[in-house]
Design a protein around this ligand. Structure first.
Ligand code: NOJ
Ligand code: CA
Length: 559
């Protein structure tokens, strides 16, 4: 379809570099490992990659604490490796977008090292510094990662602001010099041929310069725990609202839209191909007028449920699609490196049942209207693993939660580890499972991987054993939907009009036909196969509602 841009037709796949493929056998994923895996990615039918941060970093937040915006972390390789990766992807027709962390740097970034060195350093104003009030923090704001949003720096006896960890000081986007330096870094990768950016945490870029106190009586950890124990969607929604009030002065300030327009204009200077921006936000406002801010923002509300039911999907699509400004393009996902694995979140622990669910969720992603983003490992149905020892945790958010639960809420340590393992993000960041082999084929036998591998690689959750039928990731499986999108991008099922559905369905389902033996009945094989598997979404009586019925009902609701 000539009228669609490449990123509208593409299936995106997120690579979390530390966990994807270990090229040099040191237990840590790296860029040479990714280069070796490009054929696999191509075979999956992926059109574009989002690479989580690959920049030099102390790894306090696994790369989201950037110490140099124009480099490559030595653990991941060198710039030459990155160029090989980019070339290799492009040669296979796969585009690459990088992760751009605008809100904060690492506290080891030379900009911050300078900024903190004295009150009159030229880079002092590149970060957000304030004097204390009444002998303590400038106000009562929280860091979303726990504790106060302010850290006193004894060198200059002032506080710096950090929305995330104190190792991630916030940049001051009202400073023109800093902005210029960051835009140079943005151009650096675009000039190298990178196809765009996923923008980290854009909602947090500006905060209220008047520093008003928030008015929420509960502490952050109390809200977190209440959300964890919430028994209903309504309760969860109410807590999310309260969370918003807590961060009201630190989030989504109107100025951020001017900045996004500026960034969009910069990116639009590049063409052949046009570059793309996708925001880590679900705020529709970041689409601007549909053409002047970000090309896409994630439909996170879709995944914010414990039960993926047809009613939930339908309500989400209705709300979301109707809210988009003219010309704006949807973007769907069910998971990433910050959220539980799809199979763990929506499944119920029954292996065959959850396998069907994993297939179905892929089919859903690949057929909803809009661009799908898949997180590495979803295509083989990887699951969360909950570590029972804080010493194994690599996500400092889990470590913080454990300490806060034990020290502030007086939770017993064994229970605190359990809660922290669920709250933290290590659970979905374990190494990619390539084979039924030592270390799941991620690293050689004997290597100590940066996070332990999930032992279920030995139960068929691995690439090698699923590559050919009847697993998840072969071409004749739901991942065939990736091919379908490319061949026939309008063959997405959830379209506003029923006729589009009928016309498109043939091409789509032919590619989806992963069970040749079932052909000839007139019912698309994938649908029949899923129907036979019997189970779709958790609360769905699949004897009455096949996948086809789900999709048809989604379509007719909008038709
Ligand atoms: C969102 C990223 O996805 C997450 O992993 C990170 O910790 C925060 N932003 C801070 O950069
Ligand atoms: Ca390595």
């Amino acid at each position: 379809m000539a009228d669609l841009m490449w990123w509208q037709k593409a299936v995106f796949y997120q690579i979390y570099p530390r966990s994807f493929a270990d090229g040099n056998g040191d237990g840590i994923g790296d860029i040479p490992g990714i280069v070796n895996s490009l054929d696999y990615v191509q075979d999956l039918g992926i059109d574009a990659l989002w690479l989580s941060p690959h920049y030099p970093s102390p790894q306090f937040d696994v790369g989201y604490d950037v110490a140099d915006y124009t480099g490559v972390d030595p653990e991941y390789g060198a710039l030459e490796d990155f160029k090989r990766f980019l070339d290799g992807a492009h040669q296979r027709g796969i585009r690459v977008i990088l992760d751009l962390v605008l809100n904060h740097t690492s506290d080891r970034h030379p900009w911050f090292v300078e900024s903190r060195s004295s009150r009159d350093n030229p880079k002092r104003d590149w970060y957000v510094w304030h004097a204390g009030k009444n002998g303590t923090h400038p106000n009562n704001w929280y860091s979303t990662f726990g504790g106060p949003a302010w850290e006193r720096d004894s060198r200059t006896a002032e506080y710096y602001y950090h929305y995330f960890f104190k190792e991630q000081p916030d940049l001051n986007w009202r400073n023109a010099g800093m902005k210029k330096a960051m835009w140079q870094a943005v151009r650096y990768w675009l000039d190298l041929g990178v196809d765009g950016y996923r923008l980290d945490a854009i909602g947090t870029i500006f905060e209220d310069p008047g520093l008003p106190d928030h008015s929420v009586p509960e502490t952050l950890i109390e809200l977190g725990l209440a959300a964890y124990h919430a028994g209903s969607e309504a309760e969860r929604k109410a807590l999310a609202e309260e969370y918003k009030v807590l961060f009201k002065y630190q989030h989504d300030l109107p100025e951020v839209h001017d900045l996004m327009r500026e960034l969009r204009a910069l990116v639009d200077e590049y063409d052949e191909p046009l570059r793309v921006l996708v925001g880590e936000t679900d705020e529709i406002a970041f689409y601007g007028n549909g053409h002047d801010e970000l090309h896409m923002n994630f439909n996170f509300p879709l995944m914010r449920t414990e039960r993926l039911s047809p009613a939930w999907i339908r309500a989400n699509q209705k709300e979301r699609l109707l809210a988009l400004p003219p010309g704006a393009w949807p973007c769907n996902t069910l998971g990433n490196h910050d959220s539980p694995r799809v199979r763990s979140r929506y499944g119920d622990g029954n292996a065959s049942h959850d396998g069907a669910l994993a297939r179905l969720s892929l089919a859903l992603m690949l057929t909803l209207w809009g661009t799908p983003f898949l997180y590495n490992g979803e295509e083989i149905g990887m699951t969360d693993i909950l570590f029972d020892d804080v010493g194994i945790f690599r996500d400092n958010l889990g470590v913080w939660f454990y300490n806060a639960a034990v020290n502030e809420l007086k939770v017993l340590p064994a229970e605190a580890v359990r809660l922290a393992a669920k709250f933290g993000r290590d659970k979905c960041r374990t190494p990619m499972q390539w084979a039924n082999a030592p270390n799941a084929g991620f690293s050689p036998e004997g290597a100590r991987t940066w996070l332990p591998v999930n032992p279920n690689y030995a139960q068929g959750v691995n690439v090698a054993e699923q590559r050919d039928d009847p697993g998840l990731c072969g071409r004749r499986t739901p991942m065939g939907g990736a091919q379908a999108r490319r061949l026939c991008p309008h063959a997405v099922v959830v379209r506003p009009r029923m006729d589009a559905y009928s016309k498109a369905s043939k091409a789509l389902f032919e590619v989806f036909d992963f069970d040749a033996a079932a052909e000839g009945s007139g019912i698309p094989a994938l649908l029949r196969r899923l129907g036979e598997l019997g189970i779709g979404f958790k609360d769905l009586d699949t004897r009455q509602s096949s996948l086809e019925e789900i999709f048809v009902s989604l379509v007719s609701e909008r038709g």
